[in-house]
Design a protein around this ligand. Sequence first.
Ligand SMILES: NC(=O)c1ccc[n+]([C@@H]2O[C@H](COP(=O)([O-])OP(=O)(O)OC[C@H]3O[C@@H](n4cnc5c(N)ncnc54)[C@H](OP(=O)(O)O)[C@@H]3O)[C@@H](O)[C@H]2O)c1
Length: 248
Amino acid sequence: MVSGTGRVLVLGGTGEARRLAGALVADGVDVVSSLAGRVADPVLPEGSVRVGGFGGVVGLTAWLEAHPVTAVVDATHPFATTMTASAASAADLTGVPLLRLQRPGWAEQPGDDWRWVGSLEEAAEAVAGFAHVFVTTGRTGLGAFAGLSQEVLVRSVDPPDPPLPPRTTVVLERGPFSVDDELALLREHGVDVVVTKDSGGHLTEAKLTAARLLGIPVVVVRRPPLPAGLVVVATVDEARAWVLAQPG
Ligand SMILES: NC(=O)c1ccc[n+]([C@@H]2O[C@H](COP(=O)([O-])OP(=O)(O)OC[C@H]3O[C@@H](n4cnc5c(N)ncnc54)[C@H](OP(=O)(O)O)[C@@H]3O)[C@@H](O)[C@H]2O)c1
């Protein structure tokens, strides 16, 4: 793609999406980043930004027709399955080239006691025998844990919506977190099990190191599968190279 020609839509809400937008803007590419609008005070990427859902496949298809772009990069979170599915369908319908940028998942290391589950509901079942559960899966989907009767520590950027477990303590914080921060938090609340999605990345992995150091098990929610046929890359550099290789 020749600098300054064409427009690229980056579906965002992740650090990778922000870094990609910044790199492309520096390359002279016209970038519009899209955010869902879930976080009250988001860290905004460089370039243009639009906020809010498109209205499913139909809405995104209409948006792509009304705002022609030469390429779409879906850099949403690995668990943003609805947006990823909509992007794949809308790209098929419009013929706009689509790339999925998805960071690698986390890998178990010596000393880890990880218990893989397929959903938040299964994660809630997996923590049944524990007394102090640290739920780090974000503010949405916490209803899956609402039936837990033990102490539950929830951390999220914005206040979580009910229903919450009856004995919930909420910590409002935005990552990145250091291992020392995480060790202090786990000790302060007497946490004996951590629940996480397999989000991957460095911003929130310190909790895994802290759990390993303290010998605390971690319940890890497996990533949902990607739509068939998607072109997928794992790094911002690969995504940038793909965009720059698109015809303007
Ligand atoms: N799921 C997580 O654990 C997680 C963690 C960190 C950050 N995030 C970020 O938070 C946002 C929402 O995540 P989610 O899990 O709620 O996604 P989701 O379940 O896949 O999306 C639900 C709906 O939100 C809208 N949406 C999602 N991402 C959007 C974007 N980048 N731009 C415009 N609309 C978007 C779409 O609405 P319409 O159907 O109306 O288009 C989508 O159908 C995403 O941007 C994601 O990258 C998610």
